[in-house]
Ligand binder design. Sequence first.
Ligand SMILES: C[S@@+](CC[C@H](N)C(=O)[O-])C[C@H]1O[C@@H](n2cnc3c(N)ncnc32)[C@H](O)[C@@H]1O
Length: 278
Amino acid sequence: MLSYRHSFHAGNHADVVKHIVETLILQTLKQKEKPFVYHDTHSGVGRYDLQDERAEKTGEYKEGIARIFEQENLPEGMQDYLDAIKALNEGDLRYYPGSPRVARAQIREQDRMVLTELHPADFPLLLQEFRGDRQVKMYKEDGFARLKGSLPPKERRGLVLIDPPYELKHEYQDVVNAIADAHKRWATGIYAIWYPVVYRDNVDLILDGLEDAGIRRILQIELGVSPDTTERGMTASGMIVINPPWKLEQQMADILPWLQQHIAPTHGHTTLRWVVPE
Ligand SMILES: C[S@@+](CC[C@H](N)C(=O)[O-])C[C@H]1O[C@@H](n2cnc3c(N)ncnc32)[C@H](O)[C@@H]1O
């Protein structure tokens, strides 16, 4: 039973961090002419209307993208992310790109995208978003099953974005199992795993699981909007990046404090650390 709908959360602080990291990784992949693949295991619909009743109901985007959309003097590397949003909007902020649309703004003619989405209402919207686009293949399949069957990609270069809803506790362990398997098939791929901090133990479960699987070069990037708590609710979120491009750490060292200052100036916190180095 799939109950999660990303339209309630589109453009929130977690999307901002996730999509900036995604953009930075793709920018680096573009520095070589050779083609690459962008593989998104949990795609969502690709574009969100922030005036729709779900987005309005939570208003989460108001404490995320709306806080930085108009900002100038951006840290280096952030402009491409904001340009991808501006490309969907004439002037004021109304539409927010999901991870596939963020990627589509970056890929070149020689690159391709693989998207999976299981939700019966969201998959048709994703199809509609990229209908006729020959560089984008979409599947209404389990994201981890399709990933398993796709690795290694023929290009041997690329980014796998893993962004499950984490509605059920076992999804944290599912991520570890999927990455451990994927890494055996394709050890040099870049993997970016999004995580929410609702209960810190669940984040540790992923980090410990990846380390126990013998995976190295794991960078953790996190933006918190309030301190950890045992109450319900997401207080922070982050990205675990395996095989990050070398520039990413420095770029996020500049960007994270700026995001904290604009999004969570009072109770925010940031983390940028190697969970496992080289
Ligand atoms: C957090 S949202 C994705 C948001 C999207 N990556 C973005 O950044 O715009 C998670 C998505 O995964 C979908 N989903 C849930 N279980 C799935 C599965 N087993 N395989 C593929 N997609 C799944 C949900 O329907 C939901 O749209």
